[in-house]
Design a binder for this molecule. Structure first.
Ligand code: COA
Length: 163
C-alpha cells in the first residue's frame, strides 16, 4: 500500500528550508502533498493561487509531489483525505516545544494510525522563516540561496508590479 504524506504551511513564500524538507520527504514516501493553509484574514505577499502555482512549478521535477490547500482544522483535512503521515520540519528547540504540543493535540483529532514525523532542518536554513525572508528582501537585502531561484524571480516581479 502506498504511503501518502502531507507537509503543511503558509509558504508565503516557499523558502529553501521548505524545499529541503519537501525533497527529503518526497524521497521517503510514495506520495507527498504540500498543503497550503488558506487564511484570507492574513495579509500575505502572495495570494493563495499564486503560492499554489509557484510551489507547483518548484516541485514539478520531483515527480511524486502535488499541491493542495485547506482552511480550518488540519486534522479535518488529514482525516478527510486519508493521509498516513504529517511531515514537520524542526529548526530549533523553540520549534520543538511548539511542534510537540501541536502534534499531541492533533494526535487526539487524527483518525487511527496517522503519525507526525519530524525532519531536522538543514543547518544552512535553520535561521530563516518566510517573514524574515520578506523583511530582508523588502528592505533591499539579498536573500539569494535562501529561497529557490524561481521564487526569488516571482518576488522581484511582485515588487515591480506593486510599485
Ligand atoms: N525552513 C524555513 N522556514 C521554515 C521552515 C523551514 N524548514 N519550517 C518552518 N518555517 C517557517 C515558516 O515559513 C513560518 O514562517 P512565518 O511565520 O514567517 O510565515 C514559520 O517558520 C512557522 O512555520 P509553521 O509552523 O509551518 O507555520 P505556518 O504558518 O507556515 O503554518 C500550520 C502553520 C498551517 C501548519 C498550522 O497553523 C496549522 O496546522 N493550522 C491549521 C489549524 C489547526 O489545525 N490548528 C490546531 C493545531 S493543533
Amino acid at each position: 500500500m502506498k504511503t501518502r504524506a502531507l507537509y503543511t504551511g503558509s509558504f508565503d513564500p516557499l523558502t529553501s528550508g521548505h524545499m529541503d524538507i519537501i525533497q527529503r520527504a518526497a524521497g521517503m514516501y510514495d506520495e507527498l502533498t504540500v498543503g497550503i493553509i488558506s487564511n484570507p484574514q492574513k495579509h500575505s505577499m502572495f495570494t493563495l493561487d499564486e503560492r499554489e502555482e509557484m510551489i507547483r512549478e518548484a516541485v514539478e521535477p520531483l515527480g511524486n509531489v502535488n499541491v493542495d490547500h485547506f482552511s480550518g482544522l488540519l486534522a479535518d483535512f488529514v482525516n478527510r483525505n486519508g493521509y498516513d503521515v504529517i511531515v514537520r520540519g524542526l529548526r530549533t528547540s523553540a520549534d520543538f516545544d511548539y511542534e510537540i504540543q501541536m502534534a499531541q493535540m492533533n494526535a487526539t483529532l487524527f483518525n487511527e494510525g496517522i503519525e507526525t514525523v519530524f525532519l531536522v532542518t538543514d543547518p544552512r536554513y535553520s535561521f530563516i522563516s518566510s517573514s524574515t525572508i520578506k523583511e530582508v528582501f523588502l528592505l533591499g537585502g539579498s536573500v539569494e540561496g535562501l529561497v529557490p531561484d524561481a521564487i526569488l524571480d516571482h518576488m522581484k516581479n511582485k515588487i515591480s508590479v506593486d510599485k
